[in-house]
Design a protein around this ligand. Sequence first.
Ligand code: GLU
Length: 426
Amino acid sequence: MVADKAVNSTKENHENLDVLSSTRAVIKSALEKLGYSDEVFELLKDPMRMMTVRIPVRMDDGKVKVFTGYRAQHNDAVGPTKGGIRFHPAVTEKEVKALSIWMTLKAGIVDLPYGGAKGGIICDPREMSFRELEALSRGYVRAVSQIVGPTKDIPAPDVFTNSQIMAWMMDEYSKIDEFNSPGFITGKPIVLGGSHGRESATAKGVTIVLNEAAKKRGINVEGARIVIQGFGNAGSYLSKFLYDQGAKIVGISDAYGALHDPDGLDIDYLLDRRDSFGTVTNLFDNTITNKELFELDCDIIIPAAVENQITRDNAQNIKASIIVEAANGPTTAEATQILTDRGVLIVPDVLASAGGVTVSYFEWVQNNQGYYWSEDEIDEKLHEIMISSFNTIYHTAETRKIDMRLAAYMVGVRKTAEAARFRGWV
Ligand code: GLU
């Protein structure tokens, strides 16, 4: 009895780290503020389709390992669904569902003709050979081939997936489709119909909104002290863009630890030494913990890793006045409240990281028309979209006296809600 009580009270006191239920709560408030009925919430609180697949792969040791994968398609009222595929040991069904909802919001915020989707495979690519990864990537495409396609659902890279994986997937789908289908997937190598600027697009989008947010808070990015959690695709390009702009990157981290230098780290040196998964801290002795990283003296923090990193346990100790979320779901609802009460400006994930899907859209358009744009054209279009999206959401937050996350959800969910209503679904 006594033990049960103890377990229950720990549960009660435990912060809600379930990304799906916290996302639903914000969607509910956003729809209420927009004046939509409960029926719209019922429609949008879950993906319209969720597929679970089992993928057998013969490993290098001769044994077969069966991997579990998912594809969640949130809502296709606006158009085909779109979103990345992550390869990570911590992938769960709930996480993939929440990630698919966030993709709907991103597409709504930057006004793309898409709904959201997301895929994930439970695996650790850091411990797999190139051959095993290829077999897994091709197996996943075969398993989900009925529900994806250039006019149905268009995948892309996400955590621990890259242009090589997209190339294998595109090749596998082209076999099933019996002709070359570059528009099936985005984030491909340039020679296979990839777009200029796609690889660095998420980081570029984050850099653009970070500069806008800094202006609002009177912070000069040149010379500002910035902490970046994560040194993968987003984190590494971000550190380079901001370092080249003259910011001091005072802390970075990977999955194994963090590095700190109050005078600014030598980013070019670290980029030269990181491996393809963004690991670099293992080369140094004087590392700090992730907890210490978030508590460093700095002006801006960019979480660019995974979910639930800023929680009620560390939100109080954060010294930065701006947080720009490059990762999906890095800040919990409770932490958002604590930080907002303390006057910290949070530029939410669904806005800050929407540069990736924006350039994915450009890639898909180029594939469909067979005519390709220069890097400058892509950059210019991305800039325009990110700046106007930031301003719309900042303005919504100011006029409605709400935080930027709720404002972003309001802007992001509106298009899908309206499309569903016009179609007569709700
Ligand atoms: N995985 C990226 C994201 O979370 C990009 C998705 C895409 O390009 O479709 O936004």
